[in-house]
Design a binder for this molecule. Structure first.
Ligand SMILES: Nc1ncnc2c1ncn2[C@@H]1O[C@H](COP(=O)(O)OP(=O)(O)OP(=O)(O)O)[C@@H](O)[C@H]1O
Ligand SMILES: [Mg+2]
Length: 317
């Protein structure tokens, strides 16, 4: 039954090919206002590409990206409008690379405020101070004239979040926002993001390798392998009883640290022509002959849970 009120961000059948390799395929997910969704998966699984496709830094080859039920790829076929770009903001992994060191914090915040005409010129400074306070940089006045080189990694990432907030986004996509930060400041930055979801009803797509972070911060978890969603569901139940063999392997690897590659063998990215069977099969303890021949569909197997595995379809509800 179709949902009468579409989620703020709805993605359907997203696909991207690079040089004959399908790096993102059949990706469908929803993120509602005030909801945090984790996108997890090992290096090369397509997480950053999905974020780039959603922000339309890169154009998808197929699929729909809808805001409030309106497919923006159709509405804005020539590329994203300024308004679209304001609504979906990215926070990148490297806070050292994302702020130009020759400009003080004041400049980094004033620019988007003026470009997107969020406040009159006379109010730029007051709004910049508000934004710095919102991300926990206090006293805000001390940070306004600081240069990025004078700030710690955690402080820079907070400035990057403040800059993203300047344009009043509805969706934040954070691509491994804390993986380059010291453990001691990670929680603070994650806390800022969590506060924005709760207090500002922002929709957060959090890209992370770290399932512990996903569990802590997110309502839902989407597990990606070789460009496709292999499992998704509510964070708590998914992480307590993972269904897909890949999710199970990811979780089993957790006590030994953050997993990058959890089982032997490289995933085979499917060719753009399709076919080739399940990309996880060479690493899968449950693989059968069927897994060589076709890619399983993403199937609902329990309330609000989907999995892409032939060996799970019997429990279909
Ligand atoms: N511009 C590009 N041209 C060609 N191939 C690309 C391009 N961008 C990404 N890829 C390929 O797409 C695949 C997915 O890359 P992506 O960066 O999305 O992975 P990721 O999940 O973000 O990995 P990581 O955890 O290392 O950041 C990889 O095989 C990568 O080599
Ligand atoms: Mg990435």
């Amino acid at each position: 039954m179709p949902d009468p009120t579409p989620a703020l961000l709805q993605v359907r059948g997203l696909r991207k090919d690079y040089g004959g390799r399908r790096v993102v395929d059949d990706v469908s997910l929803d993120v509602a206002a005030g909801q945090a969704v984790a996108l997890v998966g090992e290096s090369g699984s397509g997480k950053s590409t999905i974020a780039k496709l959603l922000s339309r830094l890169v154009e998808p080859d197929a699929g729909e990206i809808s805001l409030d039920g309106v497919n923006m790829l159709e509405r804005e076929p020539r590329g994203p409008s300024l308004s679209y770009r304001a609504q979906l903001q990215m926070i990148f992994q490297d806070p050292f690379a994302s702020l130009n060191p020759i400009h003080p914090v004041r400049h980094h915040l004033a620019r988007p405020l003026l470009r997107h005409a969020r406040v009159p010129k006379a109010q730029v400074e007051a709004r910049a101070l508000e934004l710095l306070t919102l991300v926990g940089l206090q006293p805000a006045a001390d940070f306004l004239d600081a240069y990025p080189t004078e700030l710690s990694g955690g402080q820079r990432q907070r400035v990057a979040i403040a800059r993203a907030l300047a344009v009043e986004p509805r969706v934040l996509m954070a691509d491994e926002p804390t993986s380059m930060l010291d453990a001691s400041v990670r929680m603070g930055v994650l806390g800022v993001l969590q506060g924005l979801v709760k207090d500002k009803q922002i929709a957060l797509l959090l890209i992370t390798h770290d399932l512990a972070t996903a569990r802590l911060l997110c309502d839902r978890v989407v597990v990606l392998f070789a460009g496709r969603i292999v499992e998704d569901g509510p964070a708590e139940v998914l992480l307590q009883s993972p269904s897909h063999p890949y999710t199970q392997a990811l979780l089993a690897a957790l006590p030994r640290g953050v997993p990058r590659q959890v089982t032997e063998g490289h995933p085979r990215l499917p060719s753009a022509a399709g076919g080739g069977g399940c990309p996880f099969r060479s690493r899968c303890p449950e693989a059968t002959g069927q897994c060589k021949d076709a890619v399983p569909a993403l199937t609902t197997f329990a309330e609000d849970r989907r999995v892409r595995c032939f060996n799970r379809e019997t429990t279909n509800v």
